[in-house]
Ligand binder design. Structure first.
Ligand SMILES: [Ca+2]
Ligand SMILES: [Ca+2]
Length: 368
């Protein structure tokens, strides 16, 4: 049953502001739920090195991530956050990783095969919910305790960036098949990343697929593409419309779409990194298996070389005490340098495991 979605709704909002790059500077996860103009479609990079990423036969492909030791953590100071320090040595064993985030087509196959119902498709249960809330918490209105997920809506006018509820909405009926709520669909979007999937949904999928979620360390190691000094999956050049699907313009009401996409993009629309991985930067955030802990790197740094770390035993987010969260990585179509440079290889974000959002998906890994 769905236990805690309403409770964690404010948590997800907090997430929007948790990637501050400078003190006093607002940060946010942004998205714009509107179709991108046709004129942008020609910018999609179909000259991939695998001979045609639009061919669904390639979607299942995984690539070998050769093991090694790398420096985990921030490479620069302009955008990095405290939780990206200290930089520490990490040893990673070889593993296989999906080239792309899991797509709607793949998730559809999983649901058709198993009958799985995602978190966002279930109403939060108040009897379960209140066990996790202070005893004086009033029951939310029935209108809130319905199947729903978080959807971004671009406001018509300039709004305070302190009021994230101006652009995020708890939308009944929003789920992986209806990314922008009732009336929207994934028809024609087979090769887009599945979104509105909770961490539990992702776990169910990877188990079905005979795979697993990457650890946070594996994710960062893979994002660097074999280049230990890189800030971004592509190198050290600042993000630009040719590099990844991110936000160009002024949040939250002006998205230029210079990269061709105002919201999510088909997987593999931008060039891969050194390991042949697509969309590690931007498009959608990706779940990892690790709990998020703001001070986890301190503990790892004391080990000398951390051997295939699998995350802390408990979660800790000082911005949201007592609320367990999983680490998510890679940034989304909502990120930009002004707010959240989440497309840096070292950038960390977090979300409660029952969170479904329209800019959050996942990809799988597998042991050799
Ligand atoms: Ca974009
Ligand atoms: Ca991504």
């Amino acid at each position: 049953m769905r236990k805690a979605s309403f409770f964690f709704l404010p948590v997800m909002f907090l997430l929007l502001f948790s990637c501050t790059s400078k003190p006093g500077k607002q940060t946010a996860e942004h998205c714009l739920p509107s179709d991108f103009p046709d004129r942008f479609s020609g910018q999609v990079n179909e000259q991939s090195d695998d001979g045609g990423i639009r061919d669904s036969s390639h979607r299942e492909e995984m690539v070998l991530i050769p093991g090694g030791v790398f420096d985990m953590g921030a490479r620069e100071k302009q955008f990095s956050k405290l939780d990206e320090f200290p930089v520490h040595k990490v040893k990673i064993d070889s593993f296989l990783m999906d080239k792309y985030p899991v797509t709607n087509a793949q998730f559809s196959e999983f649901v058709a095969s198993t009958g799985y119902v995602t978190t966002a498709e279930q109403a939060p249960e108040w009897e379960e919910l209140k066990k996790q809330l202070p005893p004086w918490t009033p029951k939310p209105p029935d209108s809130v305790l319905v199947p729903a997920s978080l959807v971004f809506h671009s406001p018509d006018t300039r709004v305070s960036l302190n009021n994230h509820q101006s652009w995020w909405g708890w939308v009944p009926g929003a789920d992986w098949k209806h990314p922008q709520g009732p009336g929207s669909s994934i028809e024609g979007k087979d090769d887009y990343p599945v979104v509105h999937v909770s961490w539990y949904d992702a776990q169910a999928y990877v188990k079905w697929a005979g795979k697993r979620l990457p650890t946070e360390a594996e994710w960062e190691y893979a994002a660097r593409g074999g280049h230990n000094t890189f800030v971004y999956p592509w190198g050290n050049e600042l993000v630009s419309a040719e590099k990844a699907n991110f936000w160009q313009g002024t949040f939250p009401y002006s998205n230029n779409g210079d990269d061709g996409f105002l919201s999510a993009s088909p997987v593999g629309s931008f060039s891969p990194n050194g390991y042949g991985l697509y969309d590690m930067a931007g498009n959608v955030w990706e779940w990892t298996s690790d709990w998020y802990h703001a001070k986890y790197y301190d503990a790892l740094a004391r080990k000398g070389i951390a051997d295939n770390p699998k995350g802390p035993l408990v979660s800790s987010d000082p911005a949201d005490p007592g609320v367990p969260k999983k680490s998510i990585r890679g940034g989304s179509f909502l990120c930009n340098d002004s707010y959240c440079a989440g497309y840096r290889a070292s950038a960390r974000m977090k979300s409660t495991p029952d969170s479904g959002m329209m800019h959050l998906g996942f990809r799988c890994v597998k042991d050799l």
